[in-house]
Structure formats: structure tokens, C-alpha cells
Ligand binder design. Structure first.
Ligand code: SAM
Length: 275
């Protein structure tokens, strides 16, 4: 099927009066080639269900629709809805737009139990809150097949960091203990309108097998305690977690080490011993 011809995004923004709102963290991507490359990151989306959070004027949305995805988009800025409705008319039956706050909605419910890919270019604080939610909880595998998310570059580096890196911390353990996370694309600040102060990067995450016998809550508790005092030795930072010091001993993890040197696998082993 040939993609329908669409008006340039700048024209859509001007016609619908969509000046970017700072309060809503709006920085729009208008380069269609870049948007098509982002939409290609999860692999072929033809016929696949996609959840897009924060479509704004619909730049990434149109790239997803062109790729053949069936898109459910959550947008809290109602000014964008007419532009998105217009876009939906060019791709009959492919786009559902939900007006609302993605932090308050049950995404699996919204996707009616079907597996889905998530793609999103969100403000920093909302993106991180959703990321923690998508990767947290005891229930695994998750309802999503992949996450392709724009972050400020420093946050993306924290997500994919390894033990020993400066950026290594709770986000890395959360992202890597039962999922694979990679930095898929760096995006220069000049690609956005208006350009934000910082550079961005896209992280791509796919679920992996969950190690048996590990409570997600216990792992969270351990990383919270360990990285809460990341410069302290484990024997100090983990003192408040019952049984943790004995578990360090039985696993042969030196209690004089600091959290930033403890690998994801070692945190998992510790959580397993305590779960
Ligand atoms: N996807 C568009 C693009 O790449 O050009 C817009 C990106 S802009 C950085 C973020 C969008 O997310 C804005 O349209 C904003 O209104 C929306 N947004 C912010 N917080 C949201 C939330 N909690 N739920 C849903 N949408 C949100």
C-alpha cells in the first residue's frame, strides 16, 4: 500500500496553533526521515499493536502508521487532538487516540490484553516514571513486547550502564535484570523544535527471562539501600536489610565493596538468597 501524502508537520503545527508548551515538556520532532528511522527500531511493525505515549502533533505517529502499525496514542494536551484526528483519517482504522494522562491509565487494559510495542518521546520526568512502572512489579513477562523510548542522554546512559561505570545505579539494575536494554540512537538537540538544553538518546528494551525465585520487591529494596549510600561499603549500606550481610558472606561477595561495583547478576543472586 502506498503511504498517503501528508502535509508537512510544520504546516500541521501552524494550522492547529500547536506552539510547544514548556509546561507539558513539548519538544517536537519534525524530520520525517529521522522519525521513520525511530519507528523502524523495534523491527517490522506491520500489523502490530503499538502504544504511543505523547504523540503531540503526530510526527512519530505518522511514521508508525506508515510502517503499518495499529496505534493507540495517549495525549494529555487536548490542543493536539484535532491534528491527530485528521491524521487518523488518512490511515483508516489504524489510529485510536485517547485523551488523558499516561501515568494514570492502565496500559494493558487499554490494549485489551493484546501484546504491544511501546514507542514514546516524553518529557524527562514522565518518561522515567513510566519506565520504572513498565519494568517494575512481580508479574513477568510484561504485556509489552518492546520499549523504544527517548530520554535525555544522561538518563539513557544510566539505563544501559554496567557495574563500574559512573552512570551505573538503580536504573541499570531495573532495566537489565530481566530485560535487555541498549542505546539504539543518539539524537542531537537540534533535531527538536524548540531544541531542549540537553542531548537525547533512544533506549530500546526487550523482555528477557526472569531469574527464578527472585522477588522484584526484594531486589528493589536491595538496590535502594545499596545505591542510597553508593560511596559506602556494602556492610554499611545493607545493614538495614535483614539477612543481607550473611547473604554477602555465603555468596562470597566482599562486604567492603561499594554498590557501584556489584554486577546485576550479583544483585540478583543476593535478592534470590533473601527472597
Ligand atoms: N511525539 C511528539 C514528537 O516526538 O514530536 C511529541 C513529543 S513531546 C516531547 C511530549 C508529548 O507528550 C507532548 O505532546 C505532551 O503534551 C505529551 N505528554 C506529556 N506528559 C504526558 C502524560 N503524562 N501523558 C500523556 N501525554 C503526555
Amino acid at each position: 500500500m502506498n503511504a498517503p501524502s501528508l502535509p508537512p508537520l510544520r504546516e500541521v503545527i501552524a494550522r492547529h496553533n500547536l506552539a510547544a508548551s514548556k509546561a507539558l515538556g513539548q519538544n517536537f520532532l519534525l524530520d520525517e526521515q529521522l522519525l521513520d528511522r525511530i519507528a523502524a527500531l523495534p523491527g517490522s511493525l506491520a500489523g502490530q499493536q503499538v502504544l504511543e505515549v505523547g504523540p503531540g502533533p503526530g510526527g512519530l505517529t505518522r511514521a508508525l502508521l506508515r510502517a503499518g502499525a495499529r496505534v493507540t496514542a495517549i495525549e494529555m494536551d487536548r490542543r493536539c487532538l484535532p491534528a491527530l484526528a485528521e491524521l487518523g483519517e488518512s490511515f483508516p482504522g489504524q489510529l485510536t487516540v485517547i485523551e488523558g494522562d499516561a501515568l494514570k491509565l492502565d496500559h494493558a487494559d487499554l490494549m485489551q490484553g493484546e501484546p504491544f510495542h511501546v514507542l514514546s518521546n516524553l518529557p524527562y520526568n514522565v518518561g522515567t516514571a513510566l519506565f520504572v512502572r513498565w519494568l517494575g512489579g512481580e508479574s513477568w513477562p510484561p504485556p509489552w513486547l518492546s520499549l523504544t523510548l527517548m530520554f535525555q542522554r544522561e538518563v539513557a546512559e544510566r539505563i544501559v550502564a554496567s557495574a563500574g561505570d559512573d552512570a551505573y545505579g538503580r536504573l541499570a539494575v531495573l532495566a537489565q535484570w530481566r530485560a535487555q536494554a541498549r542505546l539504539a540512537m543518539k539524537v542531537h538537540r537540534s533535531a527538536f523544535t524548540p531544541p531542549p538544553k540537553v542531548m537525547s538518546a533512544i533506549v530500546h528494551v526487550t523482555p528477557a527471562a526472569m531469574p527464578e525465585g527472585v522477588s522484584a520487591r526484594m531486589l528493589e529494596r536491595l538496590t535502594e539501600a545499596a545505591f542510597g549510600q553508593r560511596r559506602k561499603m556494602l556492610r554499611q549500606s545493607l545493614k538495614g536489610v535483614p539477612g543481607a550481610l550473611e547473604a554477602l558472606g555465603s555468596l562470597g561477595i566482599d562486604e567492603t565493596r561499594r554498590a557501584e561495583t556489584v554486577s546485576v547478576a550479583e544483585f540478583v543472586a543476593l535478592a534470590k538468597a533473601l527472597s
